[in-house]
Design a protein around this ligand. Sequence first.
Ligand SMILES: [Zn+2]
Ligand SMILES: [Zn+2]
Length: 567
Amino acid sequence: MSNEEIAQMFLDIADFLEIENVQWEPRAYRKAALTISSLPVDIKQIYEEGKLMDLEGIGSSISKSIEEYIKTGRMSKYDSLSKKYPLDLRAFRKIQGMGPKRAYALYKKLGIRSINDLKSALESGKIRKLEGFGEKSEMQLKHNLESFMKVKEERKMLGYVIDYFEALAREMRKNGPFFSVEIAGSTRRMKETVGDLDILATSDKPQKGMEFFTGMKQVKEIIVKGDTKTSVKLDIGINCDLRIVENGSFGAAMQYFTGNKDHNVKLRKIAISKGLKLNEYGLFKGSTSIAGATEEKVYETLGLKWIEPELRENTGEIEAARKGTLPKIVKYEEILGDLHVHTKDSDGANSLEEMVAAAEGFGHKFIAITNHSKGLRIANGLDEKRFSVFNNKIDKLNEKSNIKILKGVELEILKDGSVDLSAGVLKNMDFVIGAMHQNTNMPRKELTNRLIRAIESGLINTVAHPTGRKIGERAPFDLDYESIFEACKKNDVLLEIDGFPERSDLPFDMVKLAKVYGIRFSLGSDAHRDMQLRFIRMAGAIARRGWLEKRDVVNTMDYKDIQRLKR
Ligand SMILES: [Zn+2]
Ligand SMILES: [Zn+2]
C-alpha cells in the first residue's frame, strides 16, 4: 500500500473534476491528497484503527474511496474518470501553464496525451494556431516544458520522508545480513529537500544483502542490481542507492557520500597538499590506505576535527575545523519543547488536550500553544474574549498536565505595523509570536518599516517564519533583512525557525547571518495536527546548519526562563 499512490489518484480526480467544471470538490480532493501524502504511517493502518475520518479533509465519501482501494485495489470513481480522460495529468501538473483545462483542450484539439505528444506538437508549431493559444503562449509552454525536463527527479521535502527513510534503515539493520547500515547524502546533512536516498552498509554476504534490499516491500522497481551497488525506486517515488563497502572503507565512504560536493572538493585538495589521495575507499599514501574505517580518522589524518554533517557546506567549517574553532552546535536532545503549535480552536485539527498529550509522548517538557488571532479570519483567529476563555482552559490543564503548557498567540502584524490584540490581553500571554500573513506585497521600505514597528512595539517575543517563503510556492518577502536583524538585536526580539517543511523559515544561511548580529532564536514546528509536532526536528536541523549553539536557542531553556523573556 502506498499513501503516495492514493494521494496521486486524488490529485487526478481533482483535475478530472476541474475539467468537468465541478465546483468545490476538486479542492476537497486536493486537500485530502495533501493530508495523505504527509502521513508518517501507512494509511492502511489508520483505516484499520477506524480513524480515517479523523484526518484533516477526509470526509465520508473520500474515506469510502480509500476503503474501496484498500479492500479491492481499485477506486471506481478514479477508474471511470480516467477512462474518460486518458491524459497524463500527473506529468502535466508539474508543467506551469498546463492546468487540467488547458491540457484537456490540447487533448481534444490535437490528441495530446503525454509529454512526448506535447513536445512534438510544440516542435511542429501546431499549438500557436489553436484558438486561445497563440505564439506567445506556445513559447511560454515550450520554456516551461524545458524547465520541467531539467528537473529529472523531483525533490522531496525531508520533513515528510525522513521517518520513512529511517524506518527503512532500521528494518535493514534488524532483519538484513548487514554489520552496519547508515544513511548518507543530503539526508544525513539534513538538507530541507532531498533528491534521492543514499544508504551505505557493510556485510560479509553482499549478494544476500542486495537480495534482502531488493525484496523489501518499499521497493517498487529495481533499476540496477550489482554486488556493490544497487539502485531502486521506492514506493514513495524516490530513488535509493544501496552501496555495500568494505569495513576498512566505511568511514571514507560515509564521508564521500555525505558531501556536499564543495566540502569534498576542498578536502581532496587538502589531501593532495599533504601528498595524499582521498576517495570513497580511503585516504591513501601511495597505494597504502592510512585512514578509512571511520570518518573521524579521515578528518584527523587531514589535520581536522571531525565536522558535524549539518555543517558540511564549505562555508568556513573546514577552516574552523583546522583551527579548532568549530561551534558546539545545539544538539537535537537539547531542544526541550516547541514554541509554535496550533489547536483546532483556530485552524488546527486536534484539541488542546490531544496536542498536549502528543507533545508529552514526544518527550517535550513544554509547548507554547500559539493559535492565530482575530485578524486572520480565514484561520478562525481568536479575539480577546475567546483567548481569555481558552487561556483559562490552559490554566486548568496545567494543574494536571505532566508538561508545561505556555499560553501563546500567533499575532497578526497589520499593514501599519500595529498588532490585532490589545496589550492587556498580551500581558497575560507567556509567549507571543508576531507574523505577517496578509498584504505582504508592499514595497520593500514599507514592508520593512511595518515589521520594525512591530519589533519595537514591546509586544512580541519572536518574529514567526520571518521571510514568509514557501518552498516551490512563494518567494521570500522583499525586506531589508539587515535592518530587521538590527532591530531584533536592539529590542531583544527573537527570530523564529519554523520547521514546517514547506516553510523551513528562516533558511539556514540567513540563520547564520542573523547570528552574527547577536540575535537569539525560537524553534517551532508550526504543527496544525498532532503528527506534525515531529517537524520540530527540522527546525533543529536548520538551527544546526546555521551554526547555532545551545545558548542561541531559547527552546533549550527552562520554561520559566522563557516566560521571563523580555517583551
Ligand atoms: Zn503563520
Ligand atoms: Zn502558525
